[in-house]
Design a protein around this ligand. Sequence first.
Ligand code: SF4
Length: 196
Amino acid sequence: MNISRRNFLKVSSSSAVALALGCGKELGPGENLSPTPAWVDTRDPKYGRETTTLCAYCAGGCGNIVTTALVDGENKVVNIEGDPDHPINQGGLCSKAQSLYQVANNERRMKKVLYRAPGASDWTEISWEDALNGIADKIKATRDATFETVEGANTVNRTRGIAFIGGSGNENEEGYLYTKLARSLGVVYLETQARI
Ligand code: SF4
């Protein structure tokens, strides 16, 4: 059979349309070929207390639902999954976040403050109060020793002796408060882990 170039194009294009429409099958009532949204459906099963939080691993800021329940008399993380209501990940989580529960349920997780004095080789356990007071003392001493009020003819009121870093697990509001705190101290080296 001889097929002209014009007829070949006609046949090809009508075949392509037929393929796109489902090989010529007529659509029934209620059927359509629109893409199906693939985000995770809101789910019902609840087998513990659910809390929403953010993944702390990268700058994505994906939302998680963390389920905690009593296991052998101890409150433990028993499940972490993507939050379908979160605008960023809409229920999805990457493989890193799916291992997040291991951060909480981990025998090697530090639960107490350890301090190693200058020159010492051993770590000693101290209270949170002592730790926070010690940090505050060091910030004040460093700021007092390094504070600059002017540079040339310009007022700068800054310290370059302290750097401040936030984490990607911090929410907007926390980040706002941390930034306020750092700026009020005159810190100019201010960064977030999410941007590094
Ligand atoms: S789930 Fe993955 S992409 Fe989202 S914030 Fe965590 S590490 Fe980043």
